[in-house]
Structure formats: structure tokens, C-alpha cells
Design a protein around this ligand. Sequence first.
Ligand SMILES: [Zn+2]
Ligand SMILES: [Zn+2]
Length: 224
Amino acid sequence: MKFIDKIIGLIAPHHCIICNAEGTILCQACYLSEFINQVSACFICEKATVDSKVCDKCTSKTPIRRLRVSTYLDPHVQKLIYNLKFSRTYACARRIAEILDDTSPLLFSNTVVTFVPSSPSRMRARGYDHAKLIAKEFARIRGLKCKPLLSKTNNSRQVGANKKQRLQQARSSYRLKSRQVELDSPIILIDDIVTTGATLGACAELLKKAGYKDVSCMAFAKKF
Ligand SMILES: [Zn+2]
Ligand SMILES: [Zn+2]
């Protein structure tokens, strides 16, 4: 736990965002009763598939081959993500990582965890990269390495753009950092929310073009 988070926890203890119980940002009882976990399915058409693979019909629509999602983006999940971005950051990142752990299968021990990075200006404004925090916590829980394999180059917002434009924008927004991992290592690429999959898709595509053979995506929540 980060020192600052411990201090915040002492001054103003964390409360469950749903039932207000003290001591955690989301208690296990509320998580089990209120969160609708996603089943293993193609994230585009929602057809059931093995281990969240994109189905054969949808592979032409996205560079993503597998996207595991923990839960749907309902108001509770939205509240957790709002807290992650604007107040109880570390407590939320840890809880989200625990849920990712809870909803993910066993992974190979040489798997490397990475994340969709925030833009430099947003990181300066907030002081942290929220997807990185989730990825680091998830890697810690699973005993895996976490490496920043990508960087974000500009601040273009995707709001209002259509699907094709979003993918185009996303493609021009990310760059590969110098290679830090064996190409044979399975890669898990993490983001907090998935909407159209344009951002995760563009990042997965970059990693695959760099030669990484096994790239899977993971998102905490999916928009309905
Ligand atoms: Zn609760
Ligand atoms: Zn499909």
C-alpha cells in the first residue's frame, strides 16, 4: 500500500461505495451481490466463446483476438472508476485488481502485464496513471512482471468520433517503447473501461507488429 493511501485511510477511512461499511472501498458482500460479472464471450457480438476469444465472424472488425472483461459498467462500477480517477485512487486500483484476479483464469508464469498509458499531460495533472496502478497491482497479486511497453504521444480525445475515426485516432496516439520483454512472453494488456475497443485494439496491434506472439486484452468494465 502506498504511504499516502495509508495516511488517507487513517484520517478518513475508506467506506464501501455501496453499503458504506468501513474499511474497504467495496466490500465483498456488495461485490458478490451487486456486480454482474461478464461471462466468457466475444466482446463485439457477445456470443459465448472459449476464454473470451473474439469469434470468427468478428475477427475482421478488430485487431483484438481475446478480451477478458470483469464486469458491466453499471452505476456502482462507474462510481468505483470515478473514485479511481479522482479521489481514492490507490484503494480503488487495488480493489479493481482483486476483481480482475477473481475473474481471470490461470496465466503462464512468464506472462508480462502491461497497460494502456495515459497521456503525459493527464499524468502531470493527476500525478499518476490509473491503468498502470491497476496493472501493477494485478501483476503483484499474480506474481507476474509488469512492464510499460507503450507510451501515449498526444492528447487527442475520442469523444464524438465514429468507430473508424476512433481507431484511426487511437493508432496515431500510441507508440511502442523500446523492447523490454522476450517476444515469446504472453502479454496481458490492461485498461479500465472498454467501449468500442478502439484504444485496446490499436495498442494490441502495435504490440503484435513489434513481434509479440500472444497478446490478450483485459478490461475491468465494459459499457453496455
Ligand atoms: Zn458494501
Ligand atoms: Zn463476435
